[in-house]
Design a protein. Structure first.
Length: 460
């Protein structure tokens, strides 16, 4: 076996594999895991959908996580510089460096609207604590939410607060910032999920929700359901945004990236299942029909908890949970852009944070005004939307460009990168396991991502 010395990290290493897992796992548990994945389980056959989802996670999700972490470990810098260095080593075209820039841009634009949505969770946690969400029907909750997102001044305050929280963390660097928050916030997120599961048992509908979400009904698992499971296995992990490349740049040489990747996928899947059982038990107990996305958390759940004991307290916990998930995702999303600014313009960490924060705040204003003064309708890939710039950025970045970026990353790792470099970075004991990853990256993953792009209208 050829021994290859890996580059030294210029940005520091994770203090331990456990903290690496907490940070990457916390980043993976985004909003899709909580407000979309359970709905898909319900609609497409419960356990049958879960089985199909796990197949796609094994064939697509985990190998792509491995790929991004591996490329980050080899490059040891921002995604832009890492891919530039690796392209030179592979004697590939310098244009591959542009792929790193695309990942950084995608991550930053996703950060912008994530901070807007994170502000919603902060605002609703405060409203729940103050009793403003009591005595609401589903329609009443919908009217309240519509009024809130159309109030630009209120949105600006909560958006600025959430963005400030994020920037204060990343300004402290890897160990005192990202690691310190992941050390406590990821376990706290799962503690709140356990509390919600306990409440689901108390409500008397725990077993009904468990059966509804996990009983395998292969009749409901249509062809569309198989494609939705494929989409969930990709979109849920935050791939194609440069974040996992950046996290991989902090990995020590003796860290087993495949084990880290499996752990990240397990954390995300477990969080989605726990959230789904808790949510559906509450909806069943409150007699409210399930919804998806924002309508689920801002309309259905407040209306359902209105009729249940301790509903106010549980609603506060639920919005705190969503805020933590959005915060962990946002902290990760800003890291590639900050590191690139430090490398490219030799900025201090603090100055890079200020610059990114001001730019994200300014673009956030554009997103917020898309709900009122700058609202306009459009059709993209057959999907009609009415929220102008907010919807355009959200659809293009989170559903289209991330697929393109991940496809190119997989192609680069499989066909351009020297196999001995990849083998040295992955440190796989079994040659068969490496060959499996290699041919998945070369053939299967690109084919599956082309399928996603062809059926992109299902996810918009």
């Amino acid at each position: 076996m050829i021994k290859i010395k890996l580059r030294e990290s210029v940005h520091g290493y994770w203090a331990s594999p456990g903290l690496f897992i907490l940070a990457a796992g916390g980043f993976a548990v985004g909003l899709n895991s909580i407000w979309l994945f359970p709905v898909h389980l319900s609609l497409y056959g419960g356990g049958a959908f879960l089985a199909m989802y796990l197949v796609w996670v094994a064939l697509l999700g985990i190998p792509l996580i491995v790929t991004e972490l591996m490329l980050g470990r080899l490059g040891r810098q921002s995604p832009v510089k890492s891919l530039g260095v690796l392209a030179r080593q592979a004697r590939a075209r310098p244009a591959w460096r542009t792929l790193g820039a695309l990942c950084v841009l995608i991550g930053f634009l996703v950060l912008v609207y994530y901070c807007v949505i994170g502000g919603w969770f902060l605002a609703y946690a405060a409203r729940a604590a103050g009793g403003a969400l009591q005595n609401l029907t589903v329609d009443g909750a919908g009217t309240m939410f519509s009024g809130f997102v159309r109030d630009a001044e209120k949105q600006l305050f909560w958006h600025a607060l959430f963005l400030t929280m994020t920037m204060l963390v990343v300004a402290r660097g890897l160990h005192r910032g990202l690691e310190a928050v992941a050390r406590y916030l990821t376990p706290m997120l799962f503690s709140l999920l356990i509390v919600l599961l306990g409440y689901a048992g108390y409500s008397g509908e725990f077993l009904a929700a468990l059966e509804h979400l996990l009983y395998p009904d292969f009749v409901q698992l249509t062809g569309e359901g198989v494609l939705i499971a494929l989409g969930d296995a990709f979109f849920t992990f935050g791939l194609g945004m440069g974040v996992l490349l950046m996290y991989g740049a902090h990995a020590r040489e003796d860290t087993r990236l495949v084990k880290i990747s499996v752990a990240v996928a397990a954390i995300d899947t477990l969080a989605g299942l726990m959230a789904g059982v808790a949510i559906y038990a509450i909806l069943f107990a409150g007699g409210v029909a399930p919804m998806s996305g924002a309508a689920l958390v801002f309309q259905a759940l407040p209306a359902a908890l209105e009729h249940l004991p301790l509903g106010r307290m549980i609603l506060i916990i639920f919005f705190a949970l969503l805020m933590m998930a959005a915060w962990l995702r946002a902290i990760g999303l800003i890291e590639p852009a900050l590191t690139w600014l430090e490398e490219r313009y030799l900025l201090t960490r603090r100055n890079a944070v200020v610059l990114c924060g001001l730019l994200a705040w300014g673009l956030g204003i554009v997103a917020i005004l898309s709900f009122n003064a700058w609202e306009f309708s459009f059709t993209l890939f057959g999907a009609s939307r009415a929220l102008g710039a907010f919807d355009i950025v959200q659809l293009l970045t989170s559903h289209v460009l991330v697929v393109v970026a991940a496809l190119l990353l997989s192609w680069f790792a499989g066909w351009k990168l020297r196999p001995e470099l990849a083998r040295a970075a992955l440190r796989l004991r079994s040659p068969c396991t490496f060959d499996l990853w290699l041919w998945l990256s070369r053939l299967i993953i690109p084919a599956l991502l082309f399928v996603l792009l062809y059926n992109i209208r299902l996810f918009l």
